[in-house]
Write a protein that binds this ligand. Structure first.
Ligand code: FAD
Ligand code: SF4
Ligand code: SF4
Length: 479
């Protein structure tokens, strides 16, 4: 099935089949089918093998995309998988949930005139094939090392770091306050974007490699941070950001107004088979309700699409800017619109109405003004433009801020920056505390899975350098 490359002039872009909106709106399964091997080879052959591959430059992991596309086109799938997994710990996850339209595919040189190579779908196909064929095996470190590393947080940053450090042979312990591994991969992102067995399969693989998971262990309340530091030769903080931004409009404290992550976590838990009291009693179930979601990011898109799947009577998304200026992926907006979500662009909540429980949202229309100091166009309310929407479930998806980790860890010497995230040396990933490193959203602020993986990998490399230097110094001192 060897294919010649540069076929973009002859072959149209073709993504894997997408299930019809009416069908997918009734379940939480992923919406795309998998490429067949011939389809993957054909689509990979569209790549023009650029000398300067902008796709790779704009992939946060610097994935060697043209090489694995060529190998895929030639049917050399095992080698393609090896190349793709050499720079990415979880390619099957990135292939599913990276906003490719803003990263690799959005910067593919053929995008403008011929539509991009379907990089994400090929990446996903390769790793799914590798799992199916048994090519993905647990790591077996060639040289076990006695030093141990404690990682706080089993999200993508912590897991990527754990994987890398175990490859170096360290004793790796991952602590998480949740009962399952994955961070936002398991309890934030819904199954229709990332089915949970994909995350659980990675957990099993990491555990089989000898990484020890301490679940339901919240550093601070269940295990003091100082005690954790005493246990390990190095510590990595990868705790993410979870403080939901507040909404100050009148009536914001009425019943039926809930934070996005509370809503999504409940839905994901129910999907995983857990009993969730607040879902069972209807508080976090959109069935039959008029739902209004406030926000324009990926989290808001996940909420609107979850509400559709739960059987909401209506789902409206309020966002104060327009479609072109929203932070979320436009692909996700298109999926949501197909599934029946109504978008009210240039609208922001003025007040929540109701007695005891929310029954409506009064929204004001906005217009875009001149760019502000950040370069984004400011929004200005249009006087007298209020509209009232019926709403008996309102979901706030306005973004996340970091919690006060120095307070939570009872460690005032842990330094934060002006945004409240942890201050690190960006080359060494070191915090203000000796032997303590940090990575992922807790450093960057709310970001992307692919950046969390990148940070986890870089932090692991820095920890390895630190521990190697420490053991060399100890050996010299002992000699
Ligand atoms: P997290 O994934 O947040 O993991 C941190 C972990 O640390 C959690 O498991 C938490 O329980 C644990 N933890 C926190 N404090 C403690 C403590 N004191 N003790 C022990 N454990 C602790 N990105 C994309 O690329 N594509 C998407 O489609 C996408 N969709 C998203 C949808 C939603 C709803 C949300 C909220 C985010 C989405 N993101 C998406 C962003 C992405 O999920 C994050 O950027 C990424 O998960 C950050 O990884 P992390 O490892 O830094 O943190
Ligand atoms: Fe594209 Fe993300 Fe894969 Fe990089 S990791 S090639 S950005 S899908
Ligand atoms: Fe291939 Fe597009 Fe990357 Fe060029 S930019 S190497 S065409 S995938």
């Amino acid at each position: 099935m060897a294919e010649r490359m540069l076929q973009f002039v002859r072959l149209a872009q073709q993504n894997p089949d997408k299930r019809p909106a009416t069908q997918r709106a009734t379940d939480f399964a992923e919406i795309y089918a998998r490429f067949t091997p011939p389809a993957a080879a054909t689509q990979a052959s569209r790549c023009s093998q650029c000398g300067v591959p902008f796709c790779s430059i704009h992939c946060p992991l610097g994935n060697n995309i043209p090489d694995w596309l060529k190998l895929t086109a030639e049917g050399r799938l095992r080698e393609a998988y090896e190349v793709s997994s050499a720079t990415n710990n979880f390619p099957e996850i990135c292939g599913r949930i990276c906003p490719q339209d803003r990263l690799c595919e959005g910067n593919c040189v053929i995008e403008r005139d011929f539509n991009a190579v379907t990089i994400g779908a090929v990446e996903r196909f390769l790793t799914d094939t590798a799992f199916a064929e048994g090519w993905v095996r647990p790591i077996s470190p060639a040289r076990p090392r006695p030093q141990s590393v404690g990682i706080i947080g089993a999200g993508p940053a912590g897991l990527a770091a754990a994987d890398q450090l175990r490859r170096h042979g360290y004793q790796v312990h991952v602590y998480d306050r949740h009962d399952r591994v994955g961070g936002l991969l398991i309890y934030g992102i819904p199954g229709f974007k990332l089915e949970k067995p994909i995350v659980q399969r990675r957990h099993a693989l990491l555990a089989a490699a000898g990484i020890i998971f301490h679940l339901e262990t919240e550093i601070g309340p269940s295990l003091p941070f100082a005690a954790l530091r005493a246990r390990h030769d190095a510590v990595l903080i990868a705790t993410g950001v979870y403080q939901a931004r507040a909404l100050e409009a009148p009536g914001h404290d009425l019943a039926g107004i809930v934070p996005a992550l509370t809503y999504l976590t409940a839905s994901n838990r129910v999907g995983l088979g857990d009993h969730v009291a607040a879902f069972a009693d209807g508080s976090l179930d959109a069935r039959g309700r008029d739902v209004v979601v406030i926000g324009g990011g990926d989290t808001a898109m996940d909420c609107v699409r979850t509400a559709i799947r739960q059987g909401a009577a209506s789902v409206t998304c309020l966002y104060r800017r327009d479609r072109a200026n929203m932070p979320g992926s436009l692909r996700e907006v298109a999926h949501a619109e197909e599934e029946g979500v109504r978008f009210l662009w240039l609208s922001a909540p003025e007040a929540f109405l109701g007695t005891g429980r929310v029954s409506a949202v009064r929204a004001r229309r906005m217009r875009l003004g001149l760019p502000d100091s950040s370069g984004r166009r400011a929004v200005e309310p249009i006087a007298g433009s209020d509209v009232t929407l019926p709403a008996d479930l309102v979901i706030k998806a306005l973004g996340f801020d970091p919690e006060d980790l120095p307070a939570a860890f009872d460690e005032p010497a842990l330094t934060r920056n002006k945004w409240g995230t942890l201050a690190i040396d960006p080359r060494q990933f070191t915090t203000s505390l000796p032997g303590v490193f940090a990575a992922g959203d807790i450093v960057r602020g709310a970001s992307l899975v692919v950046w969390a993986i990148r940070d986890g990998r870089d932090a692991a490399a820095a920890i390895h350098r630190h521990l190697a230097a420490t053991s060399a110094a100890t050996a010299i001192a002992a000699a």
